[in-house]
Design a protein around this ligand. Structure first.
Ligand code: SAH
Ligand code: SF4
Ligand code: F3S
Length: 439
């Protein structure tokens, strides 16, 4: 039997963390990873549905497995992740993609060994998707990509129902893990050599609301800050409506909590924000960012922005540019609005033409680039603490790592420093990354 596997991940960090768990489960079953997809015994596509191009990529990939499976008939092809929580997509796979053997969703990845076992035993296609789940399965093995840093999912799901977004439909309602389970996982990670954890949730600032014990995100940050041997705590994403003074205070006071806040604003027009169901205004964003910068001057604040939401006028877009300039975001992920069937915005009138969306995206990117260059220039000549992660992508002779504030640094350094926090002197500041030498 061919006990090799390959997992392809299409989505966000949460999706990546799920893939690490699937990988852990497979290793426990005696499988070994391979990079050669065509020869693998098990292939899993862990899908994402957040924008249309994610869907398109998955279907494109699925097509290639038809000839691949002819050559390698033993291969088991499994598909999971957010796309599988949408019944019309599962139906399409059922009818048009017979090469897919096994389909499961976001709520039952812990069942994967059992589902695979069923398929291997009787050869019948397996479709097992759970609509929602209020249970968090603890203790799944995780096969981490890096020994020295790790994702830690602290909550599943989302209750916000932003009108453009598919995630609440694919990930269900918010369920927080118990603090003791998170702390125990982080301690075990540290014992295993981890220096840095990134806490994951669609909206980490509402962590704990469902536990009804009065324990919130700020309490979690403070408790994790006490874990001996842990050096850095990161987290994402923050929703402006839930980022409380208590959380800002915890970030400011806890030495291990990195001064890096990913605060997704989506738009700078109060009119558009209302239609997006974001429940804050332009003024609230600017006040919040001002408050963070006053309390944590070294903080890097990054964001997500969508252009071309239905009904967005040039004036609305100008307001987004204005907010971006006022907040001076360190960097941003900018997206063109993508229609997601089943969400309220998909059927809103005044969908924006593609050329207008692209034009706005380009103007936004230019504004963001200018701001990033300005901020990054402030790093020139400074000495920063960098967690060296791997050889640099563009130049194998160099190392790449991140500052506490989350800036990418490519630097001349000793390969033996990988996995360690080292001092780096910045010699050049670009708009997207910094360059330096290890001291
Ligand atoms: N929970 C996170 C975001 C998860 S999705 C938060 O609220 O911050 C990541 C990003 O994808 C979102 O912040 C948003 O900017 C973008 N996004 C979500 N749905 C989208 C859509 N239909 N079209 C374009 N971008 C979208
Ligand atoms: Fe989507 Fe909004 Fe939830 Fe983020 S907060 S996952 S954008 S619905
Ligand atoms: Fe995509 Fe699901 Fe993450 S839709 S962005 S993989 S939560």
């Amino acid at each position: 039997m061919n006990k090799t596997y390959k997992i392809m991940t299409f989505g966000c960090q949460m999706n990546e963390n799920d893939s690490e768990k699937l990988s852990g489960l497979l290793k426990n079953m005696g499988y070994t990873p391979t990079e050669d997809t065509a020869s693998a015994g098990v292939v899993i596509l862990n899908t994402c549905s957040v924008r249309e191009n994610a869907d398109v990529r998955v279907f494109g990939n699925l097509g290639t497995f038809k000839p691949m499976k002819k050559k390698n008939p033993e291969m088991v092809l499994a598909v999971c992740g957010c796309m599988m929580q949408q019944p019309e997509i599962v139906k399409k796979i059922e009818e048009k993609y017979p090469q897919v053997d096994l389909v499961f969703g976001t709520h039952n990845i812990h069942k994967f060994p059992e589902l695979l076992g069923n398929f291997l035993q009787n050869g019948e296609r397996v479709f097992d998707i759970w609509e929602d789940s209020d249970e968090i399965v603890e203790g799944l093995p995780t096969d981490r990509k890096y020994p020295f840093k790790s994702f830690v999912t602290i909550m599943n799901g989302c209750n916000n129902f932003c009108t453009y977004c598919i995630v609440p439909y694919t990930r269900g309602r918010e369920v927080s893990r118990l603090p003791e389970n998170i702390v125990a996982e982080v301690k075990a990670l540290v014992a295993d050599g981890c220096l840095e954890v990134t806490l994951l949730g669609q909206n980490v600032n509402s962590y704990g609301n469902d536990l009804k014990s009065g324990y919130h995100f700020a309490d979690l940050l403070r408790e994790l800050n006490q874990v001996e041997g842990l050096e850095r705590i990161r987290f994402m994403t923050s929703h402006p409506k839930d980022l409380t003074d208590e959380v800002i205070e915890a970030i400011a006071e806890c030495d291990k909590v990195c001064p890096a806040i990913h605060l997704a604003i989506q738009s700078g027009s109060s009119r558009v924000l209302k239609k997006m169901n974001r429940r804050y205004t332009k003024e609230i964003i600017v006040d919040l960012v001002t408050k963070i910068r006053n309390r944590i001057p070294e903080a890097a604040i990054t964001t997500d922005i969508i252009v071309g939401f239905p009904g967005e006028t040039e004036e609305d877009f100008q307001e987004t540019l204005e907010v971006v300039r006022k907040c001076r975001f360190d960097s941003a992920f900018s997206f063109i609005y993508s229609i997601r069937t089943g969400t309220p915005a998909a059927t809103m009138p005044d969908q924006i033409p593609d050329d207008v969306k692209h034009d706005r995206l380009n103007r936004l990117l230019e504004a963001l680039r200018e701001i990033s260059s300005g901020i990054n220039a402030g790093y020139d000549g400074k000495i920063v603490k960098v967690l060296a992660e791997e050889p640099s992508k563009n130049n194998e002779e160099r190392l790449a790592g991140r500052t506490e504030s989350g800036k990418l640094v490519n630097f001349e350094g000793d390969a033996a420093s990988i996995g360690k926090i080292v001092d780096v002197k910045i010699t050049k500041a670009g708009s997207f990354s910094l360059t330096g030498v290890q001291l």
